[in-house]
Design a protein. Structure first.
Length: 188
């Protein structure tokens, strides 16, 4: 292995560890938790930063690593069937790593655009899971009521997660820049 590959693997491991720690800590802060599942997830921040630091391919690996290690430690174990699990955990956690793929729009940095876009993808995934796998008992899966419930339930915590990430990710990226670590996937 080349020196840069080892360094990238080390960064990936650190980002995964940080995501797991933040995910674990977030479970003990009641204000971040929703009553029927879901949460304002501060663990997305290291995955987003890894996308701008290491590129989207390695950041998707960080997202999948976050899911896998969390699965091992029991952080994401609400399982009904494989499709529900994919929509609730694997897809949202891995898609966050795609943030650096989104280009700068006008004078808006790709950090903001990427964070918003992957937040929307995550939101769509959780809404679909809510419509087909988690509707209230009095509603039929896939019904209009299930769509309304899932949209209204999931918008709150997903929107707050995006806002928190939009505030914190650029701050952390500026700190990283001052340490002279190359952030090669920020399109200025």
């Amino acid at each position: 292995m080349k020196r840069n590959e080892i360094l990238d693997l080390t960064y990936m491991a650190l980002y995964i560890a940080l995501a797991i720690v933040l995910d674990y800590i977030g479970q003990f802060i009641p204000i971040l938790q929703m009553p029927n599942g879901g949460s304002i997830n501060i663990a997305v921040i290291p995955v987003l930063i890894s996308s701008y630091h290491l590129g989207y391919k390695k950041a998707v690996g960080v997202g999948l690593g976050w899911w896998f290690v969390g699965f091992i430690y029991g952080l994401n174990n609400w399982y009904l069937n494989p499709m529900q699990y994919l929509l609730d955990y694997i897809l949202p956690m891995s898609c966050i790593g795609l943030a650096s793929l989104f280009p700068k729009v006008y004078k808006i940095s790709n950090v903001y655009i990427g964070t918003i876009m992957v937040g929307i993808i995550r939101f769509v995934s959780t809404v679909l899971s809510g419509v087909y796998y988690w509707p209230p008992e009095e509603m039929v899966a896939g019904s209009k009521g299930a769509w309304i419930f899932s949209l209204s339930y999931n918008i709150g915590y997903n929107l707050v997660t995006i806002i928190v990430a939009i505030i914190l990710v650029p701050l952390v990226i500026n700190i990283i820049r001052k340490t002279k670590i190359k952030l090669i996937y920020i399109k200025e």
